[in-house]
Design a protein around this ligand. Structure first.
Ligand SMILES: Nc1ncnc2c1ncn2[C@@H]1O[C@H](COP(=O)(O)OP(=O)(O)O)[C@@H](O)[C@H]1O
Ligand SMILES: [Mg+2]
Length: 347
């Protein structure tokens, strides 16, 4: 406004030039320059610094372009020239920025993916560690059976009491137990196959294959498993990843039940169909999750078991798998008995 007051009607000349260039360029700012300096006053006061600030390039425009006299036609054409150059220069700079920006975005995406893979690996390693103890539980019973069968055979042989039938039966039993051991190994192997393929599966079959691994170790700890499976629906998803989620939820419930030494401890697995969605809930009676940490438990590295065996990655990875890989939802709430984790899949 001050400028307009000072220049009077001759501002029209300047605006004419700017109006000419603005619809073409589509971007420039209109600014004013002011100085109190005596020496430069004449040169700078009220001169247009229009869009010079847009250009951060080290390429300098020549002096006449920057401080052109605007009060006659020569000035107008110089302004136009200067503005055209600036528009050109700025366009090139914007293109450069654009290009380097998309490079930067790609680089960030790549870094994020790497970080995610690393977390996934860490969480897998932690799970494998836990699995070793589950294998021990799974194997205890068949190993004890093999051992007692062969001891009995040995004793009978020593006493000269063996007969063909006993030997045959014992041998059969031993192979049956060995077969069981080998199946357990297959279960574990399949579980950890890094299979990112989409396959047809159902919540039931995922649960069955998780329980094949974890059931023995849970029951050994006097925790009851309650199954309420109300859907058979088959759908295409990433079953191997979802099995890890189910395992994580069950393992967390087991951890808290043991830590709090809950009597009549239970873990309940419920499934049902709800319109276009398949729902799985894992709940327990360990008292639930306190309000203060309820919104933190899905954060990476958040754990209340750090002194023990916690990594704080289980729920973070589970949420990533369900929400980012499978397009579903994983949430938690408290019931009167304990925590309820709910996984919703759109199928
Ligand atoms: N069923 C549950 N009941 C109570 N707290 C739970 C339950 N499941 C998870 N949590 C809490 O969430 C935290 C994060 O779990 P998770 O990401 O699996 O890491 P971690 O098991 O290694 O601690 C746990 O440390 C625990 O405090
Ligand atoms: Mg966990």
């Amino acid at each position: 406004m001050a400028r307009k007051a000072l220049m009077g009607p001759s501002i029209a000349l300047e605006l004419k030039a700017l109006n000419l260039i603005s619809p073409m360029s589509g971007f420039f700012t209109y600014g004013e320059f002011y100085t109190n300096s005596k020496t430069y006053k004449h040169e700078l006061l009220n001169q247009t610094m229009t869009i010079l600030s847009l250009s951060e390039s080290s390429v300098n425009l020549n002096k006449t372009d920057q401080f052109c006299e605007l009060k006659d036609n020569r000035g107008v054409s110089k302004t136009l020239k200067a503005l055209s150059r600036l528009v050109y220069q700025t366009t090139i700079e914007l293109e450069d920025i654009n290009n380097s920006l998309s490079d930067k975005v790609e680089e960030e995406i790549r870094k994020n993916r790497e970080k995610e893979n690393k977390l996934m690996q860490q969480s897998r390693l932690a799970q494998m560690g836990e699995m070793l103890s589950m294998i021990a539980h799974q194997w205890r019973q068949p190993l004890a059976a093999i051992s007692s069968t062969s001891t009995a055979l040995e004793v009978k042989t020593a006493l000269g009491k063996y007969d063909k039938e006993t030997v045959q039966n014992s041998a059969k039993n031993i192979s049956k137990y060995a077969q069981h051991l080998s199946e357990t190994i297959d279960d574990f192997r399949n579980f950890f196959k890094s299979n990112k393929e989409e396959l047809e599966s159902s919540l039931n079959s995922m649960i069955t294959s998780v329980l094949a691994i974890i059931q023995a170790s849970i029951e050994d700890k006097n925790i009851s498993l309650i199954l309420e499976l109300n859907t058979q629906k088959r759908f295409v998803t990433y079953p191997n990843e979802l099995k890890q989620v189910i395992l994580n939820l069950i393992k967390n419930a087991e951890d808290v039940l043991l830590e709090k030494e809950i009597e009549d401890a239970y873990i309940k697995i419920t499934t049902y169909s709800d319109g276009e969605t398949e729902v799985l809930e894992v709940s327990d009676n360990a008292g639930g999750i306190t309000e203060e940490i309820l919104n933190k438990i899905f954060d990476p590295y958040f754990s209340t078991k750090l002194e023990k065996n916690g990594t704080g990655l289980g729920l973070y990875m589970s949420k990533t798998i369900v929400e980012d890989h499978c397009g579903g939802e994983l949430s938690v709430s408290n019931s009167k008995d304990g925590a309820v984790f709910k996984m919703i899949l759109n199928v």
